[in-house]
Write a protein that binds this ligand. Structure first.
Ligand SMILES: [Zn+2]
Ligand SMILES: [Zn+2]
Length: 299
């Protein structure tokens, strides 16, 4: 699929950290999975050297599957093309140029057929609410002043922009129209999404910590932490919540560091520090994790 922007164009936010609606950016279902969105180089945009290389977004499992099969189609067909080119060069050398050409034409046809077939299958796996069979989120990087995104779904574009309304910059006329339309539509028909935004029943800090510790996904864990921090009554509760989230967040890194030593370990720590500094996580968690990793790097 081309690089055409989603309806509403680019959403630009004056911050490295931002709020994410906890729903699927493709179909709008409740998020039960997450994806890593790589930095996308868009024409005319040069990301800053300290831009995040990737960001995590909540997604739904069904849409993760159709995006994976869409992207897998391109990889498979590129593989078929490569084998076809190598084989036709070999045949052209040992047999005849004509036989090599015939083989090449055949490889092109098969590769195109595979991509069409696989992508049709990915499109068929989409639900009626899906915005697009391919990735619904593009991260266009941190410019030094702003983070930029584009989305396939106009509804999600509006929801994302609303979640970050105080930080929006360079709002295009299309995005302004989209936001206004979304506001009017929501006033006319209250959506289930509005109900999902009501405050969850209060839980004790213990219960929140258990929830944070039992959540495998980083995006979901950080989302729970943010809600728990907003509800926490005391500074001690907040500190305890942050410690719990940090323990789970850093566990995979610690396991990796245990196998490293010397300069390799130092490098891995520096990379992790850069990633957390560029990442999108609650500021309190970010500060705690950076302090912990700096301490480990210095020791
Ligand atoms: Zn979905
Ligand atoms: Zn979808």
């Amino acid at each position: 699929m081309g690089d055409e922007q989603a309806l509403g164009g680019i959403v630009e936010i004056e911050s490295r950290t931002f709020a994410v609606p906890f729903e699927c950016p493709c179909c709008g279902a409740a998020a039960d999975a997450e994806v890593v969105v790589p930095l996308k180089r868009a024409p005319g945009r040069t990301p800053a050297s300290d831009s995040a290389r990737r960001l995590e977004f909540p997604y739904c499992a069904r849409c993760v599957a159709h995006v994976a099969s869409w992207e897998g189609a391109g990889v498979t067909s590129a593989g078929i093309m490569l084998v076809g080119i190598l084989a036709s060069v070999a045949v052209a050398i040992v047999s005849s140029v004509l036989a090599g050409l015939v083989l090449l034409v055949g490889a092109v046809a098969i590769s195109a057929g595979v991509v069409t077939h696989r992508r049709a299958r990915a499109a068929a796996a989409c639900g009626p609410a899906c915005a697009s069979p391919d990735a619904a989120v593009s991260y266009l990087g941190w410019s030094g002043n702003t983070s930029s995104f584009s989305f396939r779904s106009p509804t999600y574009t509006a929801r994302f922009a609303e979640h970050n309304s105080t930080k929006l910059v360079s709002v295009s006329p299309e995005l302004r129209r989209l936001l206004e339309g979304h506001r009017v539509a929501r006033l006319a028909v209250p959506t289930p999404a509005a109900a999902a935004m009501t405050v969850p029943p209060p839980r004790s800090t213990r219960e929140w910590i258990a929830k944070i510790e039992s959540t495998p996904g980083r995006v979901a864990r950080r989302h729970h932490l943010q809600v728990a921090l907003d509800l926490a009554a005391t500074e001690e509760d907040k500190a305890e919540l942050i410690r719990a989230a940090m323990r789970s967040d850093l566990a995979p890194l610690r396991a990796r560091l245990d196998k490293l030593s010397g300069s390799a370990k130092h490098r891995a720590l520096s990379e992790a520090i850069a990633e957390i500094r560029a990442g999108n996580l609650p500021v309190e968690l970010q500060q705690a994790e950076l302090a912990e990793l700096e301490r480990m790097r210095a020791s």
